[in-house]
Design a binder for this molecule. Structure first.
Ligand code: ZN
Length: 544
């Protein structure tokens, strides 16, 4: 069975919910469990899942930007209700009937057509969620709520032993989750699947090996050299001027504020409620100016991914992550991170960017940067120094924080590392990679919120994003010299157009590896990233 002729002659419809509409023929051959359903029903029903998830996202945005703290308890219940409603609708009989009808209807379509992909993704998502027992999900959610406070207390007191029992239970739950989901090689593979489908320990290990081999000599070389001057970054920069400049530069690279807005939060983030409303936040420190600017460029990179997804995918599974249950168009967490890192690091921290915009930043902060040269500024925002806290780490040392976490998580999940031994293993890895002696658990093993809520398997996304960003940027500029020429002249449109063409517009239609192969001719390749870091830091620090 294929599409009806009406379908073939119809141009795709662009209004929300109208994606590839087919005439609905009901009741021709009613089954006992309900009327026959079609691809159009599948699109409408998955559209309602997307609505639930977007409603959750707006509650979440509000909770993180505007909500008084007193609203937290009822808000978490509201969010849980919406998440459960989305999952239940996804796994409902109605959805399954629509899916059966749709599967028959698209059977003749090419395997990578949007229709075939939608049908396959809905089938896969239902299978995924049905493998997780409701009782296990309930235990995970309940523990997550309780463990957050235990973790906060442990971090406050810098005492891992307070958090250890909750983490032990969370690791057991994660192991059960991996068993329920199934895996071929390593239980951690099943956990990573939710965030980075297709990533496995077997693929991650050699990538990490190669990164360490390429990056450790740079870290060690830099430790022996003189630090660039950076005093001027810590002057008193008025908050309102910082926000104005951050917004100006986010718009300058292509963030569409007619379909977005910028607010301040403690932890910067991007969130979308369809491509037509994509919001970002940044954090501001009065005495450390780069935080607000690079936070905004980073989140604008995420936002431009969502804003440039093909409008016909709006409200469909190609703009809805039905596995992790987020209403996003990005194909994996790592792919999303590639766009933020590309704009933040390859564009925003480049020499070309500051040869064009150093005058702008001097003008934005009258008197504050008058005694600084463009070169000093460029070096200061790119200086590298090992530090304890992941979210404050620089471009070069950041991945060591990630590798350490991903490796320890995998070992906890497969049982080769006991939770009780985690702080010692953490501190040993910090010493080995970054040469640091961790002073206490708050600045070590307790710094991240993730484990308390059961988010195990997500850290690798950041490093995958870094690798992918360099690979995409390298291909874009080497195959299209006009893109670099444009960047040299502060024209960001050609790069943005290339990324839209190769990555953003496709939403979730292709896998991460398909996207990368189509764009660069190969899957994840760490070499362009290592080459980028080597070039940049050898230059700044005059390394041999
Ligand atoms: Zn990010």
């Amino acid at each position: 069975m294929g599409y009806t002729s009406e379908m073939d002659s119809q141009a795709p419809c662009v209004e929300p919910g109208g994606f590839l509409k087919t005439p609905v023929i009901r009741g021709k051959n009613p089954k006992e469990n309900g009327p026959e359903m079609s691809y159009a029903d599948l699109i409408e029903t998955t559209g309602r899942v997307n609505d639930f998830l977007n409603a959750g996202s707006i509650l979440s945005w509000d909770a993180r930007t505007m909500m008084p703290r007193s609203g937290a308890e009822s808000r978490s219940k509201q969010l849980a209700t919406l998440a459960v409603a989305a999952r239940n609708l996804l796994c409902s009989d109605e959805m399954k009937r629509a899916l059966e009808g749709a599967e028959a209807e698209v059977a003749g379509k090419p395997q990578d057509s949007p229709e075939a992909r939608i049908v396959a993704q809905v089938r896969e998502a239902i299978d995924y969620h049905e493998r997780i027992p409701t009782e296990l999900l309930r235990r995970k959610t309940e523990l997550g709520a309780a463990a957050h406070e235990v973790w906060a207390e442990a971090r406050e007191k810098a005492d891992f032993s307070i958090f250890a029992p909750a983490l032990t239970t969370m690791v057991e739950i994660s192991r059960e989750m991996a068993q329920a989901l199934g895996y071929e090689d390593h239980p951690y593979d099943a956990l990573m699947y939710r965030f980075e489908p297709g990533m496995t320990v077997a693929k991650l290990n050699p990538l990490f090996e190669r990164l360490r081999e390429g990056m450790l000599p740079l870290v060690r070389g830099i430790a022996e050299t003189e630090k660039p001057r950076s005093d001027f970054l810590f002057r008193d920069y008025p908050v309102d001027r910082q926000m104005a400049f951050a917004l100006k530069m986010a718009k300058r690279i292509g963030y569409d504020t007619a379909r977005g807005r910028l607010d301040t939060t403690v932890h910067p983030f991007e969130i979308s409620f369809t491509r037509d409303d994509v919001r970002i936040t940044t954090r501001v420190s009065r005495n450390y100016m780069p935080m607000s600017l690079f936070g905004a460029l980073h989140e604008a990179g995420h936002a431009m991914y969502e804003q440039n997804v093909d409008p016909v995918y709006t409200r469909t599974p190609l703009a809805t992550d039905l596995i992790s249950l987020y209403a996003v168009g990005g194909v994996s967490f790592g792919a999303h991170e590639s766009q933020s890192r590309l704009w933040e690091n390859h564009v925003g921290r480049s020499r070309a960017f500051w040869s064009n915009h150093f005058g702008d930043i001097q003008a934005a902060y009258p008197g504050l940067l008058d005694d600084v040269s463009e070169e000093e500024f460029y070096r200061a925002i790119n200086r590298s120094e090992p530090s304890f806290i992941r979210v404050e780490a620089d471009e070069l040392t950041y991945d060591f924080h990630i590798m350490l976490r991903a490796e320890l998580e995998a070992k906890m999940v497969d049982g080769s590392l006991e939770v009780a031994d985690l702080p010692a293993a953490w501190n040993a890895a910090m010493k080995e990679y970054l040469g640091l002696d961790v002073p206490d658990d708050a600045q070590g093993v307790l710094q991240d919120v993730h484990w308390s809520s059961g988010q195990i398997g997500t850290f690798c996304n950041y490093t995958i994003g870094n690798i992918m960003a360099a690979q995409l940027f390298d291909t874009a500029t080497s195959e299209n010299p006009g893109i670099q020429t444009a960047l040299d002249g502060a024209d960001y449109a050609p790069l943005r157009d290339w990324l839209t063409d190769k990555v953003c517009q496709h939403g979730r239609r292709y896998t991460r590896d398909e996207l990368l192969t189509n764009a660069t001719g190969r899957t994840l390749d760490p070499e362009p990233y290592i080459a980028h870091l080597t070039r940049k830091y050898s230059d700044i620090y005059a390394l041999a």
